[in-house]
Structures are given as C-alpha cells and as structure tokens.
Design a binder for this molecule. Structure first.
Ligand SMILES: Nc1ncnc2c1ncn2[C@@H]1O[C@H](COP(=O)(O)OP(=O)(O)O)[C@@H](O)[C@H]1O
Ligand SMILES: N[C@@H](CC(=O)OP(=O)(O)O)C(=O)O
Length: 425
C-alpha cells in the first residue's frame, strides 16, 4: 500500500483567491501521492463568526446583519475570483447555500447554551473554506473528495472543546478516507461532530490537532503544516526581531513550546504524532521547496538557542479562603474543579499559606463564570491584560533584560525554562 501523507493549510494559506491558487500549486507537485488535506477557515473568518455570535447573543440584530453581509461578500468575492467571475458556477451556488444555512441558524433568539451555539455557528468558517478549495481544485483538474469532518471526527458534547472519541473516529475515518475511491481528500480542521449529529469544535486554532488526529488514525507517513513562516523559529517574528529557524526539534521541545503558547503549533498536536512516531514538518507555503523544521522522536537534536514565547491576554487571579484557612489540598482541588468545569486554561500557579495565585488565559465568558463560582468561597482579586513570557534555554543576559523592561508579577525558573507574568513598562 502506498503511504498516506497529511497536509494542513491554516487560515493564512487560504486567506484569499490568490492564496488558494498558491495552495493548488503546492498540491499539484504532490498530486500523485495519497493526501489528506486539512483546511482551516479563511483568515479572520473565525474571529468574524465569533463577533456575529456575540452580537446575536447581545440582541444586536443590526450589527450582526452587517457582519454577516461582510462575511458573505468576502467569501463570494473570493469564489468569483477563482471561477473567472462566473456567477452561475456551482462553486458560487455552494457558497450561497452554506451562507443561507448560517443565516437560518441565526434566526430567532439563542435557545441553548453559548458554547453549543458557538460550535454550530463558528464551524461555518471551515465549511466555507473547504467547499471553496475542493470545488476549485476539481475545476482545475486536481480531483479530490470532500470529507465532512463532522461525520468522522467524533467527539463528546463538550462544545467548544470537544474530546475526540478515537475508537469511533478511527472506524469512521477508515471508511471516509477510502483510498479505493481516490487519492486526494479535503476536510475541515477544527470541527467535529457528536454521535447525535450536532457540530462541535476542538478549541481555537485546533486544525493542527485535526491533522495530527487524522495522521494517527490513518497511520500517515508524515504531516506537513504549511505556514507563512519558514518553520519553527526561536521566537514569533511578528513580535521579536533577529529570529532564527530551528531545523530540527524533538517532540518534547515542541510540546513545551506549544504548551507555553507558541502560536505556530497547537498544544494538542504533538501527542497523537508522538504516540505513533509520525514526523511533523512545518514548512513555508511562500517558499514550499525550503526545508522548514522537522519535529521528530529524537532527544539528540543538538543545542538549541534561547527560545522566547509570549502569550498575551493573561489574567493573574489571587484567591484566599474567606475563612482564612490554609490553602491545602482540599482547597486546591476545589479551585481546580471550578477552573476545569468552566474550561479556564491554567498556565502557571503559585501558592502561599493563605493565598493561591493562578495565571490563566482570558476568555470573557469562561472567566466570568468561574469567577462567580470562586467568589462563593474565596476572596478573589485579579489583574488582567498581562502577558506570559516563557524563555526556554535561557541565559542570564536575557533574564536581566526582561527584568529591566517589564514589571514582573510572578516568575518561576527551572534549569531549562524561565517563566514570567509581566506587564510591559
Ligand atoms: N516560534 C515561532 N515560530 C514561527 N512562527 C511563530 C512562532 N511563534 C509564533 N509564531 C507565529 O505563528 C504564525 C503562524 O501560525 P498561525 O497564525 O496559527 O498560522 P495559520 O493560522 O495559518 O495556521 C506566524 O505567522 C508567526 O507570527
Ligand atoms: N479557524 C480556527 C481553527 C484553526 O486552526 O485556524 P488556523 O489554522 O488558522 O490557526 C481558528 O481560527 O481558531
């Protein structure tokens, strides 16, 4: 049996008709391979859909309609550019049909939880992009099969953070990605479905994770995620200057980077690959022939330079029991149960005798819900708008520099990693 490869194209690589043409050029070079191609929503679409959803919940019908119109215009214009302005092309009808489905979901008032509606609405980003790419590729002679991820990436009902049922998904994926039917498959990243047919999502930026899950379930030879950077760098080039590309890193290092917030890889991506020893390539869709970075099962990848990861939008919460009791195990387990229940993502913790400090990602809805419940037993204080800076393989010069340029709220150091919750001066 010929090997199978998984490609993942993120929002930046499908951000416009021009970008989709570039994606097609890359696929053209690999068209004889068995390929599963995972695609995210066109750039900024997920944010736009989140905005539409918020307005729907707030009852801002006018604002919501304006945003829906913008989304419609954006996708139809991109579609038209790909089919030489042919308004009657099936590609345009398909976009219109999906947009009608989206609009019908937004009729009336929300009747279920925010998280449930989030997944039903926000998933349209990936549905639109994959239909556009699939129909366009067929149009230019790259025949492909469009697989609906909702039918084979089966999750539980944790809306916005679906947990994948690997056993059921494995059986369904073998069926959907049937190499007897064709060799190029297009599918959505980020989205899945429950056993009862409702749509779920796997967490923001979850398309990398979809690619990894599919690679694991289908025993792929390797995975390539195509980015607007030349590979994994030692810092985000949008924030830091003089970055350098890392040619090769271990799964362990990649997990540390992703977990600390390096946007280039989603934190859940590595485990499914590591479990089966599947290499992950991070390559540039702008310069597709360049080597990129390979992430492999190897602890011996040589000495790495200092790697900086900045995670924005952090809240540092300080909790003290209202009865002044010590912060010990039962109290800690209560705190974590509440944070877990509301899916608040914890990044760093620190405790003293009577207070517990936790640095978390700020998500308005989740944070407010958790705060409300925490207040029943704890006095809660917090600082928002902070940043979490992680330095892997740090040097003393770097640490001094950070101390000079920032107010440090909390810091922790191990032999390989230093972490700071900061506010920039
Ligand atoms: N260590 C890093 N190496 C490379 N890129 C990084 C790193 N940390 C953050 N990034 C950012 O990740 C971006 C690519 O990831 P992302 O925006 O999620 O891509 P996509 O949505 O297209 O998959 C880059 O444009 C870069 O700004
Ligand atoms: N579209 C989703 C999923 C995703 O992974 O996107 P990207 O590959 O562009 O990071 C998001 O923006 O969260």
């Amino acid at each position: 049996m010929e090997p199978l490869f998984v490609f993942k194209f993120g929002g930046a690589s499908v951000k416009s008709a021009k970008a989709i043409r570039n994606l097609a050029d890359i696929l053209l070079k690999h068209r004889n391979r068995n390929l599963v191609v995972v695609i995210s929503a066109m750039a900024k679409t997920t944010n736009a859909l989140e905005d539409i959803l918020s307005r729907w919940f707030e009852g801002d019908a006018v604002g919501m309609q304006e945003r829906v119109d913008e989304l419609e215009k954006f996708h139809i214009e991109a579609g038209l550019e790909l089919v030489d302005g042919d308004e009657n092309h099936v590609l345009i009808s398909v976009i219109k049909l999906l947009l009608e489905q989206l609009k019908s979901q937004l009729k009336g008032k929300p009747h279920k939880s925010y998280d449930f509606h989030y997944d039903q609405i926000v998933s349209f980003g990936e549905l639109l992009s994959t239909h556009i790419v699939s129909y366009y590729l067929n149009e230019i002679g790259i025949s492909n099969i469009l697989v609906d991820a909702r039918k084979c990436i089966i999750t539980d009902t944790t809306y916005r953070d679906g947990i994948v049922d690997e056993e059921t998904s494995s059986i369904l994926c073998q069926k959907e990605f049937d190499l007897g039917k064709g060799n190029i498959f297009i599918t959505q990243g980020f989205i899945g479905g429950t056993k009862v047919g409702t749509t779920t999502t796997l967490g923001r930026e979850g398309s990398d994770y979809t690619a990894a899950i599919l690679a694991n379930l289908l025993n792929a030879k390797d995975v390539t995620i195509w980015k607007d950077v030349e590979g994994v760098l030692n810092a985000d080039p949008k924030i830091f200057s003089n970055t350098q590309k890392l040619d090769k890193i271990s799964y362990q290092e990649a997990i540390e980077l992703a977990y600390s917030g390096a946007q280039v890889i989603h934190p859940k991506t590595i485990k499914p690959l590591q479990n089966k020893g599947i290499p992950l390539y991070v390559k540039s869709f702008i310069n597709p022939d360049a080597a990129g970075t390979v992430i492999i099962n190897n602890d011996n990848v040589g000495k790495l330079p200092p790697i900086l990861i900045l995670k924005r939008n952090q809240v540092l919460i300080s909790l003290s029991p209202r009865d002044f009791s010590f912060v010990i195990e039962d109290c800690l387990s209560k705190i974590f149960a509440i944070l877990y229940k509301h899916r608040v993502k914890v990044n760093m913790i620190h405790n003293s005798a009577i207070s517990f400090t936790v640095c978390v990602d700020y998500d308005k809805i989740r944070f407010e819900r958790a705060q409300e419940e925490l207040k029943e037993e704890f006095s809660v204080r917090y600082n928002s708008g902070l940043e979490l800076l992680t330095v892997r393989h740090y040097t003393h010069e770097i640490i001094e520099e950070i101390a000079k340029k920032n107010v440090i709220y909390l810091q922790q150091r191990t032999r390989s990693t230093a972490r700071f919750v900061i506010d920039r001066l």
